[in-house]
Design a protein around this ligand. Structure first.
Ligand SMILES: [Zn+2]
Length: 167
């Protein structure tokens, strides 16, 4: 089975089917995958071996990596630095609340209208309650507050009240 993590080279997606990582004393001087400086014999080093495949039936391709575990000149772990850079380049995708709901297209469209109506009301409320307003239109604020509350009851049967509405 192919893993989902993939490496995209030019026009080819390589699936990472096996990843092994270990730490040991460097046995012979090699170049660091990250900083390209030498890792000298006797230094601690992080090693990794990835097996990549283009598809389930293609022959795997093995790639070896080695990093400074603690670079002599500054103590940097090039492995961690490298991985953190990778994470920074691939921002976390927020999936909470984004799961597709099992509701009909009609219900979805009604729900969307309520979401939009609430967004407009919240926007108006923000304007009405801005600190530099000359006076607070308490009646308008109260009315909008009530309308926002009523929307909860309307959206409840259309897939439930969004979590963000309860904050
Ligand atoms: Zn390094």
């Amino acid at each position: 089975m192919l893993y989902t993590q993939s490496i995209d080279t030019v026009n080819t997606i390589w699936y990472n089917v096996d990843m092994n990582t270990w730490v040991k004393w460097c046995g012979k001087t090699v170049q660091c995958t990250y900083c390209r400086e030498d890792i000298t014999n006797g230094e601690p080093a992080v090693y990794a071996r990835h097996r990549l495949q283009k598809s389930d039936d293609s022959s795997p391709w093995t790639v070896n990596f080695r990093w400074h575990a603690k670079r002599a000149r500054d103590g940097q772990c090039c492995y961690i630095t490298n991985q953190l850079e990778y994470l920074a380049a691939h921002p976390r995708i927020e999936t909470r609340g984004k799961k597709k709901m099992l509701i009909s297209a009609e219900v979805r469209s009604q729900r969307l209208k309520l979401l939009q109506r609430r967004a407009r009301l919240v926007q108006r409320l923000k304007v009405l309650t801005m600190p530099d307003m000359d006076f607070a239109d308490v009646d308008a604020i109260t009315t909008i507050g009530q309308q926002i509350t009523e929307l909860k009851g309307l959206i409840e049967p259309l897939g439930g009240i969004p979590n963000s509405w309860n904050r």
